[in-house]
Design a protein around this ligand. Structure first.
Ligand code: SF4
Length: 560
């Protein structure tokens, strides 16, 4: 047994069970939103023969070499599929947090599910820290490795043994085993794990930073794997009945990690048509997967769930893009759902009239005045931009870290028709450049984008915590958005008073906590000794070239 901080890279791996057994109550994650920074982008991985130099590998460098290592041999197929499903953007390494946080978070939110990682200790430390920072309240399992276990294949045996010891059907339905960068690059074959041990499902996924560009897409890696497993179960025979299964009406399966009130709001919009929300993927428990597959139609609210879409399509479910956002979006989406289900025109009309009327009323109650730049990595950026535009804002730029998808085409076309530039796979540099170019009244973005905007005196709100953590759809989304946005825009004077007050604080050599003096180079022990003897100190520069250096006693002192 070990914790993420226990084994040091390069030390011998104990061959006893290398996994922490999850111990805390199930289903105990709160609704905290994703981490704003690359808090878990930790490190370069361990040394192992056949894999890249650890000093240059990991998310801070060496992605090409890891990619090259992963693309060889039988496991090259894993990388090929990742590249096809999650195409790279302008940058070759994650600009946000470690992508594996996305799939880890999905696993930690599921009841009766154990999550186990295998990767470099520093990666696992960062991921575990971030999970608990956001209230996971569950242990994250860890199977460590070293050069020997990686090269000899013993790591796979360690993982298998860990699965066997953890697979307690009294406690778990499922164990999610995740390969991070180095085990993926080294080809640790999780697909060869047993599919089930003691009745507990074993699901192995590869989530390397060099193959999954964002943590959002890593959510789809796991959600797709879960749906695939559940679909095969359902195909093979009867499966347990999900709780609260709706059977008397058609249902809509929603794709995306939505604000908790949004499925309820969407349900009330669908109600006049006699349609209900079935469930949301990623799910909170295993049986919801059967419900998702059983849905009459799928709303790809977050448009990047490509593997999940593939599984739902394989189950025969039609997919709809966009979502009921703003008055126009609400009307169009409800109409599309009704048409797909072949409902009578009067039923569709009743739902559209009610949804559009209520949303329009909420939008007209308060208006937004101002120019807003939107960027983020949630997948809902285009929907948010539509809502802001309908509320009266000018939105010249929307950047999303996610790639272009057919399920966001309607939103892109709607925005482009109103003069908005939509940037898929936007880099931080593009987002910051847009915020400078268009002289906005407000920036909605990720932490570094918000920080840059505030430093330049532009009000800014963090997209994940302040925009994604509120309703987005129908009248609930429209109500109050102007208040949030208007309050931030009106804060420009206060922001600039703060900038003046703190002018020069925490910049240059004073950046960071507790630094107030100009840094001085500390003398080496040799230099201190020389100084104590009253002789001249010898600088490092001189030491590097002893052949040409003057004798120490003849050299002038350079260090004070
Ligand atoms: S798993 Fe990969 S992307 Fe994640 S922190 Fe480690 S090296 Fe970086």
């Amino acid at each position: 047994m070990t914790s993420p901080s226990a084994p040091r890279p390069g030390t011998a791996t104990p061959r006893s069970l290398p996994v922490v057994a999850p111990s805390s109550p199930e289903g105990a994650l709160d609704d905290a939103r994703d981490a704003p920074s690359n808090a878990t982008s930790a490190c370069g991985p361990d040394t192992a023969a056949g894999i890249p130099d650890p000093a240059a590998a990991g998310c801070h460098g060496g992605a090409e070499r890891l990619r090259a290592a992963a693309s060889t041999g039988e496991r090259g197929q894993v990388l090929k599929e990742l590249v096809e499903d999650y195409p790279m953007g302008p940058h070759d390494q994650p600009q946000g947090m470690c992508p594996a946080f996305g799939s880890l978070r999905v696993g930690l939110r599921m009841r009766r599910t154990a999550t186990v990682l295998s990767g470099s200790a520093c990666c696992v430390y960062g991921l575990t820290f971030t999970s608990h920072f956001y209230g996971a309240r569950r242990t994250v399992g860890y199977v460590p490795f070293n050069s020997e276990t990686l090269v000899t294949g013993a790591l796979f045996e360690d993982i298998k043994k860990a699965m066997e010891e953890l697979a307690d059907p009294e406690r778990y339905d499922t164990i999610v085993m995740t390969n991070l960068c180095i085990p993926t690059a080294s080809g640790v074959p999780l697909d060869l794990l047993p599919k089930e041990i003691n009745g507990v499902r074993i699901i192995g996924i590869d989530v390397p930073g060099f193959g999954v560009p964002t943590h959002a897409e890593a959510k789809d890696v796991l959600a797709g794997a879960l749906l695939r497993y559940a679909r095969k179960e359902a195909k093979a025979g009867p499966v347990p009945r999900p709780a609260d299964l709706v059977e008397d009406r058609p249902t809509v399966t929603l794709l995306g990690e939505l604000f908790p009130a949004d499925p309820m709001v969407i349900g009330s919009l669908l109600e006049p048509m006699g349609v209900a929300v079935g469930t949301v993927v990623p799910p909170r428990e295993w049986r919801e997967l059967y419900k998702a597959l059983d849905g009459s139609v799928v709303g790809a609210i977050h448009p990047f769930y490509v593997r999940s879409v593939r599984e739902l399509q394989a189950a025969g479910r039609p997919i709809l893009g966009s979502g009921p956002v703003g008055a126009e979006g609400t009307g169009t989406w409800l109409q599309a759902v009704g048409d797909e289900l072949g409902l009578p025109a009067e039923k569709i009309g009743a739902a559209v009239d009610r949804g559009v009327g209520a949303t329009r009323g909420a939008l007209s109650a308060q208006r937004i005045q101002g120019r807003i730049v939107v960027s983020g990595y949630e997948g809902s950026e285009l929907l948010v931009a539509r809502l802001l535009t309908e509320a009266g804002a000018e939105v010249p730029y929307v950047g999303t870290a996610l790639p272009r998808s057919p399920w966001s085409d309607a939103d892109r076309e709607w925005l482009e028709a109103r003069g908005t530039h939509v940037q898929y796979r936007a880099s931080l540099e593009q987002d910051k450049a847009a915020a400078q170019d268009v002289n906005p009244d407000l920036v909605l973005g990720t932490t570094p984008a918000v920080q840059a905007a505030k430093e330049s005196g532009t009000p800014a709100l963090y997209f994940t915590n302040l925009i994604s953590a509120r309703p987005l759809f129908g009248p609930a989304g429209a109500g109050g958005i102007a208040e949030v946005i208007g309050g931030a825009i009106r804060g420009r004077d206060r922001l600039n008073r703060m900038r003046s007050f703190f002018q020069g604080v925490g910049v240059g050599h004073a950046t960071g906590y507790g630094h107030d003096g100009v840094p001085e180079r500390r003398l080496t022990a040799k230099e201190r000794n020389a100084q104590a003897r009253g002789g001249a100190a010898v600088t490092g520069k001189t030491r590097k070239d002893p052949a040409t250096a003057p004798a120490p006693e003849a050299q002038p002192a350079e260090v004070t």
